[in-house]
Design a binder for this molecule. Structure first.
Ligand SMILES: C[S@@+](CC[C@H](N)C(=O)[O-])C[C@H]1O[C@@H](n2cnc3c(N)ncnc32)[C@H](O)[C@@H]1O
Length: 273
């Protein structure tokens, strides 16, 4: 399915949400060079105007429809459907059926990736996010999408949460629009990778700058090292337009589909602690 076709389906699904947003204003004098974690806008909802920084997800998720209207309508983000479509297409080539996937959706937010996975036939999806507002928004806007939804910091996972997540016997991990920028750090990514079985599928996206040698987020080194030490086998690497910036410029990300091929060793963990 083309990205465009799947975008239309998205719009149909989003109409089901009880949208409370009347207006989104992106100030004209905003610094056009602002990095993604500095972007903000003014939102009019229920007769109140509020200034919200895009990366303050706790505030974004509390206003029904804001996340969808801001990122998917205004800034034309396509990543949940893009990454899940790519996962399906690569899995298909390797004669794997998404119906047999049990997915850990890392940085699940208000459930857009889980929703997409369900529409592709995935029967089990478990979400994890660091803020309670993400789970509350999911239950409010997309009830029933996740079989389980854990609120936890993956870099400090309790034994109880870890055991619970392992019991789901997950064989796939997705993480969309959540790596880097003060969101999910390399150690959390590794911890999530450790929670899924071996072998398992991986589908994630990341800003292309975070894969360059000069990257400061740690992801460039992590991904390279995971590949070099045979922890993951990359199957597909695709550059695409994730969304527009507030200035209307394209922001390019890379979507990667890979297989986890060996358990994460304790030596590997130690390097990222
Ligand atoms: C841009 S949202 C993406 C949500 C969803 N994956 C999507 O594509 O619509 C990023 C999410 O990552 C979550 N996040 C940030 N840091 C995290 C961490 N250390 N562990 C788990 N989730 C985290 C945020 O709370 C937020 O819900």
């Amino acid at each position: 399915m083309s990205t465009l076709a799947s975008h239309e389906i998205w719009h149909k699904r989003l109409r089901k949400i009880n949208n409370r947003v009347e207006e989104i204003n992106i100030p004209e004098d905003i610094e056009t060079e602002a990095d993604q974690d500095e972007e903000w806008c003014e939102v009019v909802a229920e007769n109140k105007t509020k200034r919200i920084r895009f990366h303050d997800y706790d505030q974004v998720f509390q206003i029904p429809g804001l996340y969808e209207k801001l990122f998917y309508d205004t800034l034309e983000c396509c990543s949940p459907s893009y990454v899940v479509n790519l996962l399906e297409s690569v899995a298909d080539e390797w004669e794997s059926d998404l119906k047999s996937f049990k997915v850990l959706d890392v940085g699940a937010g208000n459930g857009m990736v889980g929703d997409e996975l369900r529409h592709h036939g995935v029967r089990k999806v478990v979400g994890i996010d660091i803020i309670k507002e993400a789970k509350q928004a999911t239950l409010r806007d997309r009830p029933g999408v996740y079989n389980d939804y854990c609120i936890s910091d993956l870099t400090a996972l309790s034994k109880n949460d870890e055991n619970n997540l392992r019991e789901h016997k997950l064989n796939c991990m997705t993480t969309v629009a959540a790596l880097g920028y003060g969101d999910i750090p390399p150690l959390a990514f590794l911890q999530a990778l450790d929670l899924i079985s071996t072998p398992a599928w991986l589908a994630f996206n990341i800003k292309e700058d975070f894969l360059h040698g000069r990257d400061q987020s740690g992801f460039s080194r992590l991904i390279r090292q995971l590949i070099q030490e045979d922890h993951i086998l990359p199957l597909c690497y695709r550059r695409y337009r994730h969304r527009l910036s507030i200035a209307g410029d394209p922001l390019y990300y890379v979507a990667m589909i890979a297989k986890k091929t060996r358990p994460v060793t304790s030596e590997f963990f130690e390097e990222y602690r």
